[in-house]
Every structure is written in structure tokens, then in C-alpha cells.
Design a protein around this ligand. Structure first.
Ligand SMILES: [Zn+2]
Length: 581
């Protein structure tokens, strides 16, 4: 969905950032900027700043930042098009949307509405005499009335057309019911029938609060035990997690990932309001990325059986890849969190959470489980595998701790395993060193962006690129003196921002953050605002030339040699004509 540039320019002009933010945060002026308490993290002194001239907000505490559209996305929890619509409404502007998009949007809104109505219907059915079986089940599982309400649980009657009739009466078509998976086409008759029958119903709600699907649990012996809505245009199982809409509001610094709805619900009931569950599908990379938006740490509490453990092993690398710290809960005396909570209570569970194993402990223990350590040959094999793993740990203290632990488990002298670990470590270190050499050695960690997934490969060049962008953002007329191309930027993010701002300038528009489209992710926008909000010394010709020179020089180094010479020649010619005077 692309909105016309002229519309976005007007949108940001008619929604000054200080006014929009001012409706949520009380701001006081300190020199050219405004400051207030950050609405995105809890704090006592204001580290949240708004720079009205630059159209940027930025928090020095939690590093969130962006333009006015990003602010609305974050605080109202809307996606980009909806945030634009929100601001248009605020400024009494009409939103130009093309016909096909508008139609698709409308029909999806209708489908979400249908799911919401269905959830209401199921909920109302939970109080009928027929639903006694469902209420008995809830009692047996120990779910309180508050919990049932919080999750909007309901009952699908034991009938073929209860929901269908109710939704028809509300004006929804059979096609729409089929499309969201609430009804199934009859194989022979020209008719449809209810998909969920005689089941306890769990509405699945996305992070924005829309009902997008359902899970249904049987109340008798029929199969399958759990039935979920199929994938639909509004329900993508790979991108949604049960109860994340609740967990994202939690004050806990971590999210608990469980295997099923009942575990997640039980955890919430016992006060662990940061629990989520995957939706009857395997955990995916998209799930991991989704979680990374809301937390930095995930505690896995999958079942203790073989299936649960292998799911744990699969999930760990995906979560780590998304930049999350992963811990694994080791439960004893219960097969899942629900059972544990009932048997031992929330305090015991809390202390279990505090003791949850980090990835290294968990991994070492899974290696140990594969071997029978009473047999000599198996002990040798165990020590070999353990040493190889321990050598991957970068911290010497950690290697010592886990080395000791492995030695203890195998009943050997710690020295024995230490020799093995050291050997493996030296081998791996050599590989790492070679890799490192090819990277820019001048890169200092402190200059790296604070956002996951954004890295500078060439810090020297990136610092010059940041400075240049800052100067151009402040003084767009300088663009006429800069002849760099996007590819000469070492950071692809900064290069893209350069091009976007340059295009705005060339089209005679205001160079502004607010009218950047969806081509930048939330973290990218936040990083750019952290770069641009910095106040620099006065704009000087010399500083501009210095930045350009560094970017050029670093770019030359990246080129293959023959090509480098040719390019250098061309550049010198171009520069002589351009800013070189
Ligand atoms: Zn903050």
C-alpha cells in the first residue's frame, strides 16, 4: 500500500510532531527540544525528546524513535497504513486509497468482524444448560471466572447450524463463513455446516486485538482433541502466537513460551501474565521475530516428553537467531506448567523460572542424556562430544564451569576434560581468528547501532555517513554539493536513507522523516532517528568535504583492485567538476 507522496507531506505538515506527541506526553521545552517522560518505558526523569524542527522523537533510555507516523504506530499499536489513516482522521484529511486496496481492506474488516461476532456467540452459549459439559471441564481444570472472561472462552453447541444461523442473521454470507474457517461446505447438498461442534472455544486474538481464528477443544472422546481454524486471509499461524496480545502488556522482562493454550491460560491465571503459546503448529522463525519485538528473553516451558524436548531443541536456534536470550525451564514432578502450578503453586514456579537453565546448561544436559555413563566406552564418547560443545563457549569461566560439570557427570578428573576442551577451543579459535581478519579491524563495538540486526561493517565509513546524513537533514540545500551514489555508502541502511532524502529534495518536497514509507523497519527508523536527533556543531564546508572524502576512500578499499583504479579516475574527474572547487 503506497500513499501518494504529496498526501504524506501534507499529512506530516498538518500533524506537527510536538502536537501529536503532546497529546500523550506532557512536554517541557529545553532549548530547541522538548522533553518528557517516555511513554514506552517506565522512568522517573524524562529522557524522551522531541525535536520539532527535525520532526523526530527519540528516547535516550529505550532508544525508540522516529517520525510522527512511527510514534502513532508505536503508541496506538497500529501498522503503517492504519497509523496514516489515524493521523489523516486527526487532521480531517481524506485518505486517497485505490479501489482494489479499499475493497480488500473492507472485506478483511468484514471477516474480522465476523470472527468477533462468532466469539461473542460462543461466549453467550457458555451459559446455556447444554454447555454444562463445558463448564464442568473448566471447573475440573480449575479455571476461574475471571480467566474465562479474560480469554473470552466460549462454547460451540453440539449442532450443525447453530453458529451458521446466528451469523446469517447478522448478515454474513456462507462464503465469508467458509473463508474464515467457521463453516464447511456440504459435500453433496448446496449448504454449509458448522466447523466447530461441541467444543470449548478459545478465540485467537492478534496483537492488535482482532479475533482472527479459533481453537476448539473436545469435551468428549472424539478426535482430534484440539481443532484449530485453518489458515485464512486474516489468520497466519506462522505469524501469530496465542495470548501475545495480553503478554505484550506484561511488566515481566521475559516471555514464557508454552506448548498449548491451556498452559498459557493457567500461567496467566497464576499471575504469570507473560505466557504465550504457539498455535498448534511448530514454532517458526517468524514467531521468533515476533517475540523479539516485545522482549529480549524467552523462557521455554515445553512438555518434558520426547516431543516437547525435540521442539525445544528446534526452537532454541531460531530464538537465538532473532537476538533473544533463551532459557529452558527444567520441570520435575509434573509433565507441564499447568500440572506443576496445580501441584506446587505459583511460588515454586517462580523459583523454577529463576533457576531456568541457560542454553549451555540445557545443551550439556541433552548431550548427557544420550549416553549411559555407567559404561566406559559411552563415557569416553560423552566426554568427546561434551568437550566439543564446551569449546564453543567464548567465556573462559564458562568453559571451566561446564568442563567441571561434564567431568563430574562422567566421574573423571576435571583435568582430563580440560585437555580435550583446550584442544577443541584452539582449533575453533583459529577458525574465528581467520574470519575476524577479513573484517574491518578498526570496528569498535561501541559505535555499533543499538538495534538488533543493524550492524556497521565499516565503522569509519559509517561514522562519516552518519555525519553527512545529519548535515544534509539539517541543511538540505547542501545536497547539490554531494555527488555520492547510494552504493558508495558502506551501510546499506544509511545508503537507503540517503537516497530517500535525496529523492525528497529532488522532487521539491520537504526533506522529512515523516513521509518515509514502509520501506524502513521500526528498528531502522529508530536507529535513523537516533543518528539524526544528535545536534552537531555548525554546518561547515570543511566538515562536509571531510565526510565525503572518508566515504570515498573506504569505498575504494572495497572495490576489486582493477576496477578500483578505474573508478578512482572517474571519481576524480567528477569531483573536479563538482564539490572539488
Ligand atoms: Zn523510552
Amino acid at each position: 500500500m503506497a500513499f501518494p507522496a504529496s498526501f504524506l507531506d501534507e499529512l506530516s505538515a498538518r500533524n506537527p510532531i510536538e502536537d501529536v506527541v503532546g497529546q500523550y506526553v506532557s512536554l517541557t521545552r529545553k532549548s530547541s527540544n522538548l522533553f518528557g517522560l517516555c511513554p514506552f518505558h517506565s522512568e522517573k526523569t524524562g529522557s524522551f525528546s522531541v525535536a520539532p524542527e527535525k520532526g523526530i522523537y527519540y528516547c535516550f533510555g529505550c532508544h525508540k524513535g522516529g517520525g510522527v507516523v512511527n510514534f502513532i504506530m508505536e503508541i496506538e499499536n497500529l501498522d503503517y497504513p492504519d497509523a496514516v489513516r489515524f493521523l489523516a482522521k486527526r487532521a480531517n484529511m481524506e485518505v486517497p486509497e485505490d479501489e482494489s486496496y479499499r475493497n480488500r481492506y473492507k472485506s478483511q474488516e468484514r471477516l474480522k468482524n465476523l470472527c468477533l461476532e462468532a466469539a461473542r456467540f460462543f461466549r453467550s452459549q457458555l451459559t446455556t444448560p447444554e454447555a454444562q459439559v463445558a463448564r464442568d471441564y473448566l471447573n475440573k481444570r480449575g479455571l476461574s471466572i475471571d480467566t474465562v472472561k479474560k480469554f473470552g472462552l466460549g462454547y460451540a453447541p453440539n449442532a450443525w447450524s447453530a453458529l451458521k444461523d446466528a451469523m446469517s442473521a447478522k448478515g454474513f454470507s456462507w462464503e465469508e463463513m467458509i473463508e474464515v474457517g467457521l463453516a464447511v461446505k456440504h459435500p453433496t447438498k448446496n449448504s454449509v455446516y458448522d466447523y466447530f461442534r461441541n467444543r470449548l472455544m478459545f478465540p485467537i486474538i492478534d496483537v492488535r486485538g482482532n479475533v482472527i481464528g479459533f481453537g476448539g477443544r473436545v469435551l468428549d472422546d472424539s478426535k482430534p482433541k484440539y481443532l484449530n481454524s485453518p489458515e485464512t486471509v486474516i489468520f497466519n499461524k506462522r505469524r501469530n502466537l496465542f495470548a501475545l496480545n495480553e503478554a505484550k502488556k506484561s511488566k515481566e522482562k521475559f516471555i514464557i513460551l508454552t506448548e498449548g493454550y491451556m498452559d498459557a491460560i493457567a500461567l496467566h491465571q497464576y499471575g504469570f501474565d507473560c505466557a504465550v503459546a504457539s498455535l498448534g503448529t511448530a514454532f517458526t522463525e517468524e514467531h521468533a521475530q515476533l517475540l523479539a519485538k516485545y522482549t529480549e528473553k524467552v523462557i521455554l516451558t515445553y512438555d518434558g516428553d520426547e516431543a516437547g524436548q525435540s521442539a525445544t531443541r528446534r526452537a532454541i536456534p531460531m530464538l537465538e537467531k532473532a537476538g533473544l536470550t533463551v532459557k529452558v525451564l527444567q520441570m520435575q514432578g509434573a509433565k507441564d506448567p499447568d500440572e506443576f502450578l496445580k501441584t506446587y503453586g505459583p511460588d515454586a514456579f517462580r523459583s523454577l523460572l529463576n533457576k531456568s537453565e541457560n542454553q549451555a546448561e540445557y545443551h550439556l544436559r541433552s548431550i548427557q542424556k544420550k549416553y549411559d555413563l555407567t559404561k566406559d566406552d559411552q563415557r569416553v564418547a560423552f566426554l568427546k562430544e561434551a568437550a566439543k560443545f564446551i569449546a564453543t563457549l567464548r567465556n573462559a569461566v564458562e568453559r571451566e564451569i561446564y568442563g567441571h560439570r561434564a567431568a563430574e557427570a562422567a566421574g573423571v578428573n576435571p583435568e582430563t576434560i580440560k585437555i580435550e576442551v583446550d584442544k577443541a577451543y584452539r582449533r575453533q579459535e583459529e577458525i574465528r581468528r581467520k574470519k575476524q581478519e577479513t573484517q574491518d579491524l578498526s570496528a569498535t563495538q561501541s559505535r555499533q547501532p543499538a538495534y538488533r540486526g543493524i550492524r556497521y561493517d565499516n565503522v569509519r565509513s559509517a561514522m562519516a555517513e552518519e555525519g553527512l546524513l545529519r548535515m544534509l537533514y539539517q541543511e538540505p540545500s547542501l545536497f547539490t554539493q554531494v555527488h555520492l551514489t547510494q552504493e558508495q555508502f558502506s551501510s546499506s541502511l544509511l545508503g537507503r536513507a540517503y537516497l530517500a532524502f535525496r529523492t525528497q529534495q529532488e522532487e521539491g518536497r520537504e526533506v522529512s522523516f515523516s513521509s518515509l514509507g514502509e520501506e524502513f523497519t521500526k528498528d531502522e527508523i529508530a536507529h535513523l532517528s537516533s543518528v539524526l536527533q544528535k545536534n552537531r556543531e555548525s554546518v561547515s564546508e570543511q566538515a562536509l568535504q571531510d565526510y565525503i572524502m572518508v566515504i570515498h576512500a573506504e569505498y575504494q578499499k572495497r572495490l576489486p583492485s582493477g576496477e578500483a583504479q578505474l573508478r578512482a579516475l572517474q571519481e576524480r574527474k567528477k569531483n573536479a567538476k563538482g564539490y572539488g572547487g
